[in-house]
Write a new protein. Structure first.
Length: 259
């Protein structure tokens, strides 16, 4: 077994599991240099779905990365968490100094009326493969264990009416936004991921990027470049299809917003 029984139970109850040492030191160094050069070359401008902090579809554009990432250890770990019929979701990307605040990855699905993930037979899981150590100032995730078993509190703040979104912006200025209330009242957990580790986390888990804040609440960008590769797995084909539909929807929406 890749995971212990205790780790699997923690994943089921608390929503996360760490796979240590997927990548060795040389592989981490290679990928950091590779992605540094990729973003520096402004490769992201080749697709309207990318930005200066994210490049999508990395295995289509760089198939040489597949064997480096999808090692047997990685696949077996995913199967232990999701079952032998698990499916790899066709949504993959590399993040560069990307610091999203508190959210839940399934919010967009629920906002559009998709609730397949609520049935744990159709579980959807994200994996972050980190190329640096996770620290409070950046490098990985900050999460709230166990929130994967609760209701999504972010939908109306992100996908709500214009009035609801305006209220959220005003509350941030007075330091009473949902993100600021979370950090004052809840038990937060900084997963101790190292360079080359994988963090599996339930897509219904409340989380944000790890970062220090400026006075006004926005992320303080660290001096050391932060990279993470994100893949998705789910336990059934139905969940994979719903997830793929929402990926297409989100990309079209973002392209419309960006002009």
């Amino acid at each position: 077994m890749i995971f212990t029984h205790e780790q699997i139970k923690t994943f089921q109850d608390q929503g996360y599991a760490i796979l240590s040492g997927l990548l060795n030191e040389q592989e981490v160094k290679y990928l950091r240099n590779f992605f540094h050069d990729l973003f520096a070359s402004e490769y992201w401008k080749k697709s309207p779905f990318n930005s200066n902090s994210i490049i999508n579809d990395i295995y289509r554009d760089f198939p040489e990365l597949i064997d480096l990432i999808f090692k047997l250890k990685y696949i077996l770990a995913a199967k232990e968490l999701l079952g032998d019929q698990m499916v790899c979701v066709p949504e993959c990307s590399v993040h560069y100094n990307r610091f999203f605040d508190w959210h839940r990855d399934t919010a967009i699905m629920e906002a559009q009326g998709f609730f397949t993930h609520k049935d744990k037979r159709h579980q959807l899981v994200q994996e972050g493969i980190y190329l640096q150590e996770n620290k409070p100032e950046g490098g990985g995730l900050l999460l709230i264990p166990g929130t994967n078993r609760g209701k999504d509190r972010f939908i109306k703040h992100v996908y709500g009416s214009p009035v609801e979104r305006t209220i959220q912006k005003i509350s941030r200025a007075f330091h009473i936004s949902i993100s600021q209330r979370i950090e004052k009242k809840e038990n937060l957990y900084l997963p101790p991921t190292k360079a080359g580790d994988v963090l599996f986390f339930d897509s219904e888990l409340d989380h944000r990027a790890s970062f220090k804040r400026h006075f006004l609440g926005n992320a303080r960008i660290p001096e050391i470049e932060k990279f993470a590769i994100f893949n998705g797995f789910c336990s059934t084909e139905k969940m994979a299809k719903d997830s793929e539909y929402m990926t297409i929807f989100e990309r079209k929406k973002n392209c419309h917003i960006c002009g």
